[in-house]
Design a protein around this ligand. Structure first.
Ligand code: FAD
Length: 336
C-alpha cells in the first residue's frame, strides 16, 4: 500500500482541470485488503485511470485506487479462455495483449481510455459492442469492512452505460478483479456505419478481429481528441432513450434526425447530433469548449477550471431541453 498526501491529480484526469486530493490510498496487492478497515476512510472516491471524472470541486479529501495489473488464466476450454484481470490494468493494453494471444470479443472496444476496473461500472461500449458481453464475474472489496464480494454477470445488472456499481449504495465497493470469457474463434462485428465505411475504403472484404481493432483505432484517432493533448472525458452525455411517441413528433420537425431502434417501444438518439443541431459545435465558455468535430465531447480548450466545463454542460442541457424537450443525462462522473 502506498499513501500520497496533498497529491496533484490535474494531469492524471481526462479534463486536466486543477484538482488535488488530500489523501490518496493506492492498493497495490490483495495483501493490502486486510489493513484497509483500520484506515477508517470516510467516503473515499474510487479512481481508476481518472479519465471519466469532471472535478468541479478542486479539493478532494480522500481517494483510493487499485493499481495491480496482472492477468491470470483461470480456465482454458476448447472454444474459450477465462482470464482474471486486476483492476489497475490499462484497458487498451489488455485488449491488445488478448488479441496477440488469439482471444477475441473485445476488439470493438479498443482505445477506450481508462483501466479494467472501471469497465464494468458504466458497462463501457463502442462500435456495436458492450463489455458486459464478455464479463462473467466481478470481484470487489468493501472498503470499510474489508469484506470480499463476488458478483456474477446477472448480479452486476448491466444496462446501457449502467450497472449496479453506479447505485449510491455501491459507492464504497471497489472492483479489484474482473473475469472475462474470451473466444478462441473470431466473430468480427463490423456492422457499424463508420467501420463499414473504413473497411470499404480500404478494400477489406472479410475482416478478421485484428482488422476491426485496427480500423477502430484509426477511426477513433481521427474523430476524437486525445486527452493527452486536449483535456476531455469522451462523450459528456449519454445518448437519450425516448419512447416512439416522442420520437415520431420530433421526426416530423427534424426530418434528418438519426435514430437507433432499441425495442418496439423505445429508440436511442445520438446526443451529439442533438447538440450539434442546436448550434453548439466549437462554442467557447471561459476556458471550456465544445469540440469542433464531435459536439458530444466537451474540452478543456484553454486552461479551464472544472466549473467552466460544468457551466457549459448545463447551458447545453438547458438548450437541448428547450429545443427538443429531451433531458440529457451526463455520462461523466461530476464531483461538486
Ligand atoms: C477520449 C475518450 C473517449 C472515450 N470513449 C468511450 C467510449 O467509446 N465508450 C465508453 O463507454 N466510454 C468512453 N470513455 C469514457 C471512459 O473511458 C470510460 O468510462 C472508462 O471506463 C473510464 O475508466 P477510468 O479507469 O479512467 O475510470 P475513472 O474515470 O477513474 O472512474 C470512472 C468511474 O468508475 C468508477 N471506478 C473506477 N475504477 C473503479 C474500481 N476499481 N472499482 C469501482 N469503481 C471504479 C469511479 O468511481 C467512477 O465512478 C471515453 C473517455 C475519453 C476520455
Amino acid at each position: 500500500m502506498n499513501i500520497l498526501y496533498n497529491h496533484d491529480l490535474t494531469k492524471f484526469t481526462g479534463f486536466k482541470t486543477p484538482v488535488t486530493v488530500k489523501k490518496f490510498v493506492l492498493i497495490e496487492h490483495e495483501d493490502d485488503f486486510d489493513i484497509l478497515p483500520s484506515m477508517q476512510l470516510e467516503k473515499p472516491l474510487i479512481i481508476g485511470g481518472g479519465t471519466n471524472y469532471l472535478f468541479v470541486n478542486p479539493e478532494i479529501n480522500e481517494a483510493i485506487s487499485y493499481t495491480g495489473t496482472s492477468i491470470t488464466l483461470i480456465e482454458d476450454a476448447d472454444k474459450y479462455s477465462t482470464v482474471r484481470v486486476e483492476a489497475g490494468k490499462n484497458w487498451h493494453e489488455f485488449i491488445m495483449e488478448m488479441l496477440e494471444k488469439g482471444l477475441y470479443g473485445l476488439e470493438n472496444l479498443v482505445l477506450i481510455p481508462g483501466n479494467v476496473g472501471a469497465a464494468p461500472v458504466q458497462n463501457i461500449g463502442a462500435y456495436g459492442r458492450e463489455v458486459s458481453e464478455t464479463i462473467i464475474a466481478v470481484h470487489c472489496l468493501n472498503i470499510h469492512s474489508g469484506e470480499r464480494i463476488l458478483l456474477t454477470h446477472e448480479e452486476c445488472m448491466f444496462q446501457y452505460r449502467h450497472s449496479i456499481f453506479k447505485h449510491h449504495e455501491w459507492k464504497h465497493v471497489m472492483i479489484t478483479h474482473v473475469d472475462f470469457r474470451l473466444n478462441k474463434f473470431e466473430s468480427p462485428m463490423a456492422k457499424y456505419p463508420d467501420v463499414e465505411e473504413y473497411l470499404r475504403d480500404h478494400e477489406i472484404e472479410s475482416p478478421n478481429s485484428k482488422d476491426i481493432a485496427h480500423a477502430i483505432i484509426q477511426i477513433r484517432n481521427k474523430k476524437l481528441p486525445n486527452p493527452a493533448f486536449i483535456g476531455n472525458a469522451g462523450s459528456f452525455f449519454k445518448n437519450p432513450i425516448i419512447p416512439y411517441s416522442v420520437y415520431n413528433n420530433l421526426k416530423q420537425i427534424y426530418l434528418d434526425m438519426p435514430s437507433y431502434p432499441l425495442n418496439e417501444h423505445e429508440v436511442k438518439l445520438p446526443a451529439g447530433w442533438l447538440i450539434d443541431k442546436a448550434g453548439w459545435k466549437d462554442y467557447r465558455h471561459n476556458g471550456a469548449g465544445v469540440h469542433d468535430r464531435q459536439a458530444l465531447v466537451l474540452i478543456n480548450a484553454n486552461d479551464a477550471i472544472g466549473l467552466d466545463i460544468y457551466e457549459l454542460s448545463t447551458m447545453i442541457q438547458t438548450s437541448v431541453q428547450e429545443l427538443y424537450g429531451i433531458i440529457l443525462e451526463p455520462e461523466v462522473n461530476i464531483i461538486r
